[in-house]
Design a protein around this ligand. Sequence first.
Ligand code: ADP
Ligand code: MG
Length: 582
Amino acid sequence: MDIIKILPKHVSNQIAAGEVIQRPASAVKEMLENSLDAGCTEIKLLIKNAGKKLIQVVDNGCGMSKSDVRKCFIRHATSKIENAEDLFNITSMGFRGEAMSSIAAISQVEINTKLTDQQTGTYLRIEGGKIEEVKESSTTDGTSIKVKNIFYNVPARRNFLKSDNVEMRHILEEFTRIALANPNIKMQLVNDNKELYHLPISNFKKRIINLFGNKKNESLVPISEKTSILELNGFIGKPETAKKTRGEQYFFVNGRFIKNHYLQHAVFKAFEDLIPTKYFPSQFINLKIDPKLIDINIHPTKHEIKFEDEKAIYSIMKSTIKRSLGMFNIVPSLDFSQENAFELDFKNIENTNFKQPTIKIDKNYNPFNHKKIDSVSSTKNNLDVKDNTLFDSDISDNNISIPFQISNQFIAISYKNGIKIIHQRRAHKRILFEYYTNSLKKGNGKSQHLLFPKSIELSLKEINLIGNLKKDLNSLGFIFKLKNQNMEIYAVPTECREENIKEIIEDILNQAQSDLEIEVNQTKKIAKSLAKSLAISNSKMLKTEEMSSLYNELLKCKVSNLCPNGKSITKNFKIDDLKKYF
Ligand code: ADP
Ligand code: MG
């Protein structure tokens, strides 16, 4: 019996929508990009309820004919490319012809559009991918699209949307990216009837200031370079304005916001020794490159692209930024006379040895004037020292008392010369940390299978990250699969409680994202975050056996007096000390 069926259009569109439209902000991005491709000079974005109720984009672009309005909702319908070769010469933002069909599949859309040379326009209403109404309309030149009640027919998705605050932040981020990449377009953003941005047509620097405030004015250092393969321009923030959080790393390739860890590293490298570790410089960088030398078609949301020669671009970016930091007197004791713009012969690039510009950087220079920048590293050193001094010879098994608990928080044990107080949560954290570090090393973490697999929805960024951590997570006892944007978990380390799994994964992700520098020791971070999530609380009543076992396990630890964060676990009060109180 034949069992294979071709899925009906509305189902396949809904499946495709899962990839392109993850949240209101994705629809915002796609619609703004369509307005750009329509050659507009003005875009207005109206949002209600963080996009959950309404996303409206109004542009003054080319508009659509009556039959094109119908066609634009068919999947793979596009006016931007015609054949496969065009894929390697993309000059528009869109080209996959997926956004409009995806949006229409999962929301209620109303569109009003008019070609510039026509008297009247077209109104069309489509719900869940089904055209409900088409009529002539009197409207202005360009296109206005209302997307209402996104995911109204996909409750699983709608329920997974985050709070209005979070969703709005995503929308703002998409708006900011597009506004930065297109200072030549007037852009407005109205949120719940309140105007948040009114950005006039301007240049790149003014657009940055309009978006990020006047204070940016003094901190921006221009960068610029032109070679036969690319043109680089934009601004970097002075080192002293670097922030502890990521977020102002804007990198645009041919007008498209792009994430690229490798090239991002070139920027961090250029700032090396100028900013403390764990600080991130601001950057607003435009890269213009022949579209033939990049491949945009590797990701549905087009946030990632492939470059034909990343290494060359890396070198150029790094040295251009270094040169600017030097020229604008940011770096002391520079000899930038040797800094010449350099020209690359792209055809021979493989064989080219890039001459690194020789900037002399004063390694001791630190714009933050902190004595020692990395406080974490000193803690780390402490942790690596084996220190069991607290468990000295007089606390042998036979002369200690039965442990007792104080305020459900501390464990007290009296011994010949005094009393020892143990911070129960920190002690447990240390034990778990060493246990998980070991499991990670040996790959032998014990698993417990879940009765029902648990599914956690993650962002693309997070899915990538979890993908990278897969080996380590498996070693700990997590067994899972990644499907689109879901992490399907089948088994977890034996100590995990089912209701905490989501929190634990989120914690691991947060820790892992706290520093995305290449080659950081992720395993320690995972062990630390798992220990933090699973350690007993500061208010848990413990039985005597539990206290004894905790104490014995602590004794076995390589480091038994400091928790993984470097805080003390135990404190001794000697008899002589106690006597002083009396
Ligand atoms: P793509 O942008 O990849 O072509 P979309 O699904 O985003 O695919 O859009 C399909 C088509 O609809 C576009 O190619 C374009 O012709 C038309 N379109 C969408 N939005 C607009 C707009 N704001 N103005 C004019 N045409 C538009
Ligand atoms: Mg598009």
